[in-house]
Design a protein around this ligand. Structure first.
Ligand SMILES: [Ca+2]
Length: 227
């Protein structure tokens, strides 16, 4: 879903082109359409590469607590893209936990779950992503990779139970139809308990942390000029 952002207005940079477009894996997650809102849910056998087999089965899976909307393949268990749209924290019964509103991905055995975002126009796109081990109290370790047009450019480990690791930020120049794949791999040769919290955000303006840093720099510059 495209969203106009008030972000620039907040920072007082309102102007004729002060509309930001942004996309978010969790916020945009569609339980009914694939692809949807710029995202395609699927998988492939490698981390890098451009191949993508689309998930063909959607539904809602109830846990001991809460439930997850999902996209999966009808013949491959567990592997998929998920979001907790229920009003309760999701407990899968094996120590897994997905908080309300959070989205996740789960790899297969040697297969990688992929959330693909496709650029709608030529431009510079700013991204941020991080990963959490939602199955982590029983040693589920996995990894989230950013693959741009087939090339892996960054990765985040999901190795701390229920906790998001460092946020990875950056920007890429893309052409219409170029793809950014967020790829979850089982990492340690074992795909059990690899429910992986995925936060992935793409915007046409810098991420808040980047803008904040720019703003701080600007204020510092003003102070220097006053001297
Ligand atoms: Ca693993």
């Amino acid at each position: 879903m495209l969203k106009e952002s008030l972000f620039l207005l907040v920072f007082g940079i309102a102007g004729a082109n002060a509309f930001a477009l942004d996309w978010d894996y969790a916020a945009d997650f569609s339980p009914s359409s694939n692809p949807a809102g710029g995202w395609t849910y699927g998988w492939r056998g490698t981390i890098p590469g451009t191949a993508l087999a689309e998930f063909n089965l959607s539904g809602n899976a109830a846990g001991v607590s809460g439930s997850l909307d999902y996209w999966q393949n009808n013949t491959i268990p567990f592997m998929g893209c998920y979001k907790n749209n229920s009003g309760l924290g999701f407990d899968g019964g094996e120590g897994t936990l997905t908080p309300i509103g959070e989205a996740s991905m789960h790899p297969g055995n040697g297969l990688n779950a992929v959330a693909r975002w496709t650029a709608p126009a030529n431009g510079t796109y700013f991204y941020s992503f991080s990963a959490a081990a939602f199955g982590g109290n029983i040693n589920g370790i996995s990894s989230l990779h950013l693959v741009v047009n087939g090339v892996m450019i960054d990765m985040a480990l999901a190795n701390i139970p229920y906790t998001y690791g460092p946020v990875h930020n950056g920007s890429v120049n893309l052409l219409t139809g170029d793809v950014m794949d967020f790829v979850v791999d089982m990492e340690d040769g074992n795909f059990n308990h690899d429910s992986t919290g995925v936060r992935a955000h793409i915007s046409t303006v810098p991420e808040p942390a980047t803008m904040l840093a720019l703003g701080v720099g600007f204020v510092a510059l003003l102070k220097r000029r006053k001297k």
